[in-house]
Design a protein around this ligand. Structure first.
Ligand SMILES: Cc1ncc(COP(=O)(O)O)c(C=O)c1O
Length: 343
């Protein structure tokens, strides 16, 4: 039985062509700035996002923490969404490593920050208060169902940050999914933030890595924090080669993942007891299942050869490189008898 792994788009394996590109990569010591493949990837990432410079990091978590440390001073407060990856899933690095406060504000079900709460969270100029150092956005928004922040959503945050005089960081782990869903160049979305990171290791199908992009000055400073966080990787061109390949060949195929998510959602919506929560906009499909304890539901699906996660009250199916339309149809076909048999 073929295992259909819908747990995450991080389970993607590099294609033979990507592995070949990695094997052939020209290498050097990247801490000395001498790895030509890393330099090429960083130039491509910066150009694609419309920023001056970029930095290869080990992970989205390292990119986000590097960005926070670079933008802020110890004691500053960072406004983040209450449902954001940075707040929930990044081990509290901002607090623990950076001495930064994370100030959560409500995310609506489209992943947008509640602007009234943002305005209320911004600190006044008073020596008793921490400074508001940064505001963070997430696009697409993982826990808000892969929701896309469009240019209107982004511009309202940008305007406020400009008025108040602090920078914007965008966790764009899946920013290419947002751009593909909106049908706009990724640079249009990146333009609203001072710094943006995107993951190589998710829908783009690389084994490792993330790229943090921003101004030349910002990235020069970010290099120091990346080093502090253990991200100076020497002959990292082996990994960067996968990123170069992905930026050239793996972006357009994200539309297939979105199409598969739509197909999965249609099939799921037809099954009694299942409700989409919310309908997918990109490659993430969240749904609730009536009458089941979700760990038991996940276990029964696993027995049927479909892997997924219980994301705290909801099930998540993620579409990614390696999942074909036929796999979605098969996953639905395996799910139906599980639901029919009952909890
Ligand atoms: C929105 C978002 N940001 C950041 C990350 C962190 O990426 P990494 O797992 O590479 O640290 C993830 C990972 O799932 C994510 O979904």
């Amino acid at each position: 039985m073929k295992i259909i792994d819908l747990r995450s788009d991080t389970v993607t394996l590099p294609s033979p062509e990507m592995r070949q590109a990695m094997a052939n990569a020209e290498l050097g010591d990247d801490v000395f700035g001498e790895d030509p493949t890393v330099n090429r990837l960083q130039e491509m990432a910066a150009a694609t996002l419309g920023k001056e410079a970029a930095l290869l990091t080990t992970s989205g978590t390292q990119s986000n923490l590097t960005a926070l440390l670079t933008h802020c001073r110890r004691g500053d407060e960072v406004i983040v969404g209450a449902e954001s990856h940075t707040l929930i899933f990044e081990v509290g690095g901002a607090w623990a490593v950076g001495g930064l406060g994370l100030r959560p504000v409500r995310n609506d079900d489209r992943g947008r920050l509640d602007m009234a709460e943002v305005r209320a969270a911004i600190r006044g100029d008073n020596e008793h208060f921490p400074r508001t150092g940064l505001i963070c956005l997430e696009n697409t928004h993982n826990r808000c169902g892969g929701a896309v922040l469009n240019e209107e959503d982004l511009s309202s945050v940008r305007e406020l940050a400009d008025r108040k005089g602090f920078p914007v960081h965008m966790d764009g782990a899946r920013l290419f999914n947002a751009a593909v869903a909106l049908g706009v160049p990724v640079s249009r979305l990146a333009a609203y933030a001072d710094s943006v990171c995107f993951s190589l290791s998710k829908g783009l199908g690389c084994p490792v890595g993330s790229a943090l992009c921003g101004s030349r000055e910002f990235i020069a400073e970010a290099r120091r924090y990346r080093k502090m966080l253990g991200g100076g990787m020497r002959q990292a061109g082996v990994l960067a080669a996968a990123g170069v390949y992905a930026l050239e060949r793996m972006v357009d195929r994200l539309a297939d993942d979105h199409e598969n998510a739509r197909l999965a959602a249609e099939g799921l919506a037809d099954i009694p007891g299942i409700d989409l929560a919310p309908p997918p906009q990109t490659n993430l499909v969240y749904f609730t299942v009536d009458g089941w304890k979700l760990p038991e539901f996940v276990r029964r699906l696993e027995e049927a050869g479909v892997l997924c996660f219980d994301e705290g009250g909801r099930i998540r199916w993620v579409m990614h490189f390696g999942i074909e339309r036929s796999d979605v149809e098969e996953a639905l076909a395996r799910l139906r008898p599980v639901m029919a048999a009952g909890a």
